[in-house]
Design a protein. Structure first.
Length: 319
């Protein structure tokens, strides 16, 4: 789906290796491990796609921003893995498992700093710096909201949507917005591409939450049912808490920090017995339909096609 910017992505990957290099060998080793751990590069790719066709498009000018966006994503995942006590991500060992929590947290901080260093030379102006600062703030707030409600049977969907907006949708929105902005698109086109990013971001996270319920550990690269095990309630679980005849049993499970494998399996069975999965899938399609509709008419056909393929990928993905 990113064939149209494949050369850009290759240059991005080369730049990421250089961006995390350090005079300290261990820091370079950790940084290289993190940026080569199999990420799909969706965030920087969206930035590059959004910039293409704009009157001010320049790959040389865009690459530092695209690299910064991927580094911010990488750093946030490192911190997430520490919080979640995760041993694997994308099928690879996490930094906290390979080294330790302290090294992982400091490595995440280092990568955050490197990201902002890439856009600190004044090339982009205050607006881009401010939006990236907003992004990191929103990521942090999303995690705080989530961690404040772990092992609570939260039944309010507004809380869920607010959380996934800050954890995921805001990120993809800003990637599209800043790509279009730096590419020189008109204000309305920037707004529409930002809305596209918001919509696919909401769909992406709901899909991710569905995969945690529906797929195997081998398929998604992390333990199935992991959200429930960590006391995180997602859309299908919230629906089951509201409508299932076994809602009281489910509530007892998701609020128990000492839940066993058998309890996780039972919770999954209760959730799957409702129509929560179908409702979540319908919500994903609603967001993706809006994403396709809002794309600016001025986009070049090959760029529009790539954006549509991203939406299709999110709707179809099973990993």
């Amino acid at each position: 789906m990113f064939d149209v910017i494949q050369e850009d992505i290759e240059k991005l990957n080369e730049g990421l290796i250089g961006a995390v290099s350090s005079p300290v060998d261990l820091v370079t080793e950790i940084g290289t491990h993190l940026v080569t751990a199999g990420g799909k590069r969706i965030r920087p790719a969206l930035c590059l796609l959004a910039a293409h066709g704009g009157p001010a498009y320049s790959l040389e000018r865009l690459l530092p921003l695209a690299e910064a966006l991927e580094l911010i994503h990488t750093a946030s995942l490192v911190h997430d893995d520490v919080i979640d006590e995760a041993d694997t991500r994308r099928g690879c060992i996490t930094a906290n498992a390979k080294w330790d929590n302290q090294v992982a947290i400091l490595s995440g901080d280092y990568i955050f700093a490197k990201a902002f260093g890439l856009i600190a030379d004044g090339e982009y102006g205050n607006y881009v710096s401010k939006r990236l600062a907003d992004l990191v703030c929103n990521l942090s707030v999303g995690e705080i909201i989530q961690n404040h409600t772990v092992y609570h049977a939260v039944k309010d969907l507004d809380n869920y949507y607010n959380r996934i907006q800050k954890k995921t949708a805001d990120f993809l929105e800003i990637c599209c917005e800043l790509g279009a902005y730096v590419g020189g698109f008109e204000q309305e086109e920037v707004r529409r591409l930002a809305e596209y990013g918001h919509c696919i971001g909401m769909a992406f996270q709901i899909t991710d939450d569905l995969l945690d319920i529906l797929q195997t550990s081998e398929k998604i690269g992390k333990p199935a049912g992991n959200d429930i095990r960590q006391g995180i309630v997602t859309l299908p679980v919230i629906h089951a808490l509201n409508v299932s005849a076994d809602a009281a049993e489910l509530e007892n499970i998701v609020t128990d920090p000492a839940m066993t494998d058998e309890m996780v399996a039972r919770a999954l069975a209760i959730v799957k017995a409702t129509d929560g999965v179908e409702i979540a899938k319908a919500k994903v399609e609603e967001y993706l339909d809006r994403a396709r509709e809002v794309l600016p008419e001025s986009l070049a056909p090959e760029i529009r096609e790539a954006f549509v393929m991203v939406a299709d990928f999110i709707g179809d993905r099973d990993f």
